[in-house]
Design a protein around this ligand. Sequence first.
Ligand code: NAI
Length: 462
Amino acid sequence: MAQYDVIVIGSGPGGYVAAIRCAQLGLKTACVEGRETLGGTCLNVGCIPSKALLHASHQLHEAEHNFAKMGLKGKSPSVDWKQMLAYKDDVIGQNTKGIEFLFKKNKIDWLKGWGSIPEAGKVKVGEEVHDAKNIIVASGSEASSLPGIEIDEKVVVTSTGALTLPKIPKKMIVIGAGVIGLELGSVYSRLGTEVEVIEFLDAITPGMDGEVQKTFQKLLQKQGLKFTLGAAVQSVDASKSKAKVTYKLRKDDSEHTMDADVVLVSTGRRPYTDGLGLDALGIEMSQRGQIKTDSHWQTNVKGIYAIGDCIDGPMLAHKAEDEGMACAEVIAGKAGHVNYGVIPGVIYTHPEVANVGQTEEQLKEAGRNYKVGKFSFMGNGRAKANFAADGFVKILADKNTDRILGAHIIGPMAGDLIHEICVAMEFGASAEDLALTCHAHPTYSEAVREAALACGDGAIHM
Ligand code: NAI
């Protein structure tokens, strides 16, 4: 059997990035993957396919709502669902094959099958046992349902089933107003589905800045999504083609029901560690089923590391990638580091929502002395021209030092705009540093600069 410096278990964004970095650092590396294609949840049934459907459905929305205003007349396009799914599958294929190419380029062996760790220093794949000086567990996460709900991936679906529905449903109930529910709810709403979102809490997207939550909900409602907040789903009764959702309103405990053709359960994900043999190895786990690691991603068993969704922290592909690179560097004897205070979060709806650092609520709770610089996209010429003037940029900075503490954007390309603020925060920049940086005109980025100006003597275009 082959001898490796590192075997990575799982080829999602955490695992494949870790494997590539290990190989680049001169370590003999293999990656275990049981799926037929590389890339994990993100590339196969998550980030990438959902972005394809978001893009296609957004184009339809633009054609239906904005083309005529620009003098582009003619019949609105109709939806060929089969073709849209084929386009999505093609995008998946291009990306997963891209990882295969990168593995070959970096001389990483793909060990096909599901891996387990019979003892430290060994990884079993099928009947073969391979030696590995170091093992990185990057096994990811799976959708977690609620008690009383059985997922059949046809009528009652997770995000996986929602990406391959045989037809566009007339009515969809989304349980949970988090990232998955709102992204996929938006897709189907734009394709003509009546979408009702049921959320346990009194606001959508828990943990997000309160002002953004309110604006986001209003904009989604304008697009046709309906919300029932403060409602705890009790059960879902499904037949072959329909489902009935029973929920209780938390304010008065009254019970209600709602019918739909499809129910999307998007109430969170949990670490996936089944079959790895972690129990027998005595690897410490948290109460939430996450693998416990030290600050260098090493578990309590020497030589076994873990990264990504199966450990603590936000379940985000880019957080896993950062950990993958840093963990590889630690194994290679370098100083791997992840700055957990500057990990952006993005929701790829339209408009997009993006955040980094602290929310205003967190700063208040911590008793921080802060100031707010806000700028609406209404004052941005480019956004107006592109029918994208809904939303704002909000920068939170320390009142005394002017250092940027957080930023929250709802608006066009928010997921890209956030990164100049991430870089600024990495460098410990002040709001004034951003405000004094020349920004090209006319760009959406000017709204970021204006928000930074608003932290000082004031925005110009407001
Ligand atoms: P989530 O944690 O974002 O949201 C789940 C929602 O379900 C919460 O609002 C919660 O209050 C609600 N909920 C829980 N129990 C409920 C009940 N009984 N009745 C009604 N509502 C209930 O989880 P989601 O959307 O499933 O996403 C899972 C993970 O995947 C997240 O960690 C997310 O960050 C990640 N993800 C990230 C994406 C991105 O970065 N764009 C895209 C998709 C997923």
